[in-house]
Design a protein around this ligand. Sequence first.
Ligand code: ADP
Ligand code: TRP
Length: 332
Amino acid sequence: MKTVVSGIRPTGKLHLGNYFGAVRSFLEMQENYNAYFFIADIHSLTTHPTPEDLHGNVKQVLAEYLAMGLDPEKCTLFIQSDVPQITELYTYMNMNAYLGELERSASFKEKVKTQRNNVNAGLLTYPVLMAVDILMHKADFVPVGKDQEQHLEMTRNYAKRFNNLYGVECFPEPQAYSQTGKLVKVPGLTDNGKMSKSGGENDAIFFDDPEKVTRKKIMKAVTDTGPEVPNQEKPSAIENLFDIMKLVSEPSAVEHFNDLYNNCTIRYGDFKKQIAEDVTSFIEPIRNRIEEIKSDNTYLAEVAKAGADKAKANAEATMKEVREIIGFRRFY
Ligand code: ADP
Ligand code: TRP
């Protein structure tokens, strides 16, 4: 059976981008793969969360994973920092990671711009830690959104480099995975690229937002003055709303508003109302489950413990092999 690994950083509530870029594939893959899904809490330390925020966000994402349908009976659902083997392999793998390639990573370059007063070494070696998450379980596939493509490329390089350095076939080269065949990029509501937690209050549609907030955000989404010529090309803000609609609405609704756009009779108020309606009916059942699960600490503890045990056992098997390959051989 092929193996799949993926994770999400606990930096807040999950949004539609996380779901359609990653979690939707997790749900499919847990049925047919040896699947490891985790909460990347070590990764999130690059932004220096308070201990309370860190713990709260880990709990939030764990509850959201479960509410979205991740099933601990079908996949290994764990918290990254529960697996000490990760930081061990990260240390070793850093010796094979070069400054030039790390500095060229798009995500690092962006952080240097947006996080100017906190360009820490953890940000620089972020792709190494991510590669380790994946290689630790010898993953074949990694379900992620489009923004993670370059990290996957780097992961393959680290796998190849380790294998070549020691003349072994220890790590397979993992491929990014999307069930549609194309990696997904869900746009935000503010016409600023991909939907993201860091895109401002009104950019992302969060699963755990109250229904009223969700509707309001959608109704406030950026539009324009409307089409003036039949079949004219859509500006990005409008295309983005159509893209979101395609994810949550019936194809007939998309077609209906597309026709209205093309004959210049679309009313953006109605269009957004329809999107708001379909988004909230998609989100609401999940949101209700989040609250229920979050209040069940016993269940969360059971899930986290079972996931940690399974992930640690598999990680330790890999590390036994890796230590031997590297030459860490005990004298006792
Ligand atoms: P954010 O960008 O909100 O901080 P993360 O970087 O934690 O979210 O992303 C976690 C997962 O969700 C990754 O697999 C990422 O590719 C995916 N993802 C995040 N935002 C989007 C988006 N707008 N479209 C598609 N996938 C996304
Ligand atoms: N870098 C990913 C993100 O920001 C999160 C992540 C960490 C991840 N380790 C991973 C994703 C391993 C897939 C596999 O979204």
